[in-house]
Design a protein around this ligand. Structure first.
Ligand code: NAD
Length: 381
């Protein structure tokens, strides 16, 4: 089949869903690849590199969308892009069907199949296609780099001829994929790192990465907010109060806070309140990875960097993966390539959209002229 990747049209989006290397792998599955001219430029992949990898380069979106039986892209399609879909065509991209009901309806009406990369179930077999995790890993790393950029001191402690420098203290709130990546980055830069999560089972992972797990003195930590299907469940008001009390105690002492707390299909829980920001030292930095969903920090503003009256910088950018476009495109294109491998079981360029397969079923949100979202729970973990 012909797999095509258009240029992303969202402002500031620098990622691309196909790289020259992923195209070579797709061709080994028996597919032909096509790309819109310039689609990879902002991620560091030239048209010449695609052509060298055997990819057909076409001018403009009209040529690309009409030539492709499968369209692979990063951002959810706009309404205009969705109208380009035709019966029998497949779109593979982030889609967020829960918040894009109108687009979902339109894609169904166009007769196209949509595979939402954000709906890949979090089961072991699907890890290689888990694009949310690939992107969260990059976001966690980049959050620490961004914090360092806005922090006027070293992360690591130093003894220099000009004086002794204490190490920075970093608190990571939420130790899922992004949080663990942030812990790894902060500890490798030499910071003293603390981390908290409502899922007590992650304490071992936190400690194995060199951070200190922030324990709460709470009777029922084993079940409160504990895991359901790879994600946290909401915790009780009593637990939340204890958590905030602990954070209030830590606020004057930590230099950098990176918040990543997420409960699926909910607004981000507010965990770093105004009074905590006010209690922080001037020069401290907060990077709120949850800014897209309202923010874990009460004062953060989506897509903005602000400095409070007491000199605390709060970063609420929502495009960290795009800020590392070469890396994120490489990982995302690999996730797509793995999805295509599962969709091409005989490596003969023929797609078999097997709705009995947990991963394909879970990620498919429209198929055969129907909306197939939400999916049934996966049979295998
Ligand atoms: P994840 O589900 O793997 O991790 C979230 C973690 O938060 C889980 O470990 C969960 O137990 C924990 N958590 C939930 N409620 C909590 C609470 N009250 N206190 C402490 N911990 C709590 O999610 P992820 O993939 O790591 O993504 C983390 C966040 O980063 C999400 O909000 C996601 O949207 C965001 N993200 C942002 C960017 C960006 O550019 N800003 C990019 C990618 C992801």
């Amino acid at each position: 089949m012909k797999i095509g990747t258009p240029k992303e049209i969202m402002d500031g989006e620098a990622r691309v869903a196909m790289t020259p290397d992923s195209a070579k792998a797709l061709q080994k599955l028996g597919h032909d690849c096509v790309i819109e001219a310039g689609a990879g430029m902002r991620a560091g992949f030239t048209d010449a590199a695609y052509a060298e990898a055997g990819v057909e380069v076409v001018e403009g979106p009209d040529a690309l969308w009409s030539a492709s039986e499968i369209v692979a892209k990063v951002r959810p399609p706009t309404e205009d892009e969705t109208r380009r879909l035709y019966a029998g065509q497949t779109l593979i991209s982030f889609f967020y069907p829960a918040s894009n009901a109108a687009l979902l309806e339109l894609a169904k009406d166009q007769g196209a199949s949509v595979i939402a990369m954000d709906m890949v179930p979090r089961i072991s077999r699907a890890q290689k296609m888990d694009a949310l995790s690939s992107m969260a890993n990059i976001a966690g790393y980049r959050a620490v780099i961004e914090a360092g950029n806005n922090f006027g001191r070293f992360f690591t402690g130093q003894v220099t001829a000009a004086g002794k420098v204490p190490p920075a203290k970093v608190l990571i709130v939420g130790a899922g994929v992004a949080g663990l990546a942030a812990i790894g980055t902060a500890t490798s830069l030499g910071a003293i790192t603390y981390a908290f999560d409502v899922r007590p089972e992650v304490s071992e992972q936190i400690e194995s990465m060199g951070a200190e797990f922030v324990f709460l003195d709470f009777e029922d930590t084993a079940t409160d907010g504990a895991e359901t299907g790879g994600y946290a469940a909401p915790s009780s008001p009593e637990f939340q109060e204890k958590q905030l009390e602990k954070f209030r105690e830590l606020a004057p002492d930590v230099d950098i806070v990176i918040t990543t707390a997420l409960i699926p299909n909910r607004d981000a829980p507010v965990l770093w309140t105004r009074d905590m920001v006010e209690a922080m030292k001037p020069g401290s930095v907060i990077v709120d990875l949850a800014a897209e969903r309202g923010g874990n920090c009460e004062l953060s503003r989506k897509d903005e960097k602000i400095v409070t009256d007491n000199g605390v910088t709060i970063v609420g950018y929502t495009d960290f993966p795009s800020r590392m476009a070469t890396q994120s495109s490489t990982l995302y294109a690999t996730n797509i390539r793995h999805m295509m491998t599962d969709l091409t079981p005989d490596k003969d360029g023929v797609v078999s959209h097997d709705m009995e397969d947990d991963v394909i079923r879970g990620a498919t949100v429209t198929h055969g002229g129907e909306i197939t979202y939400p999916p049934p729970p996966p049979k295998v973990r």
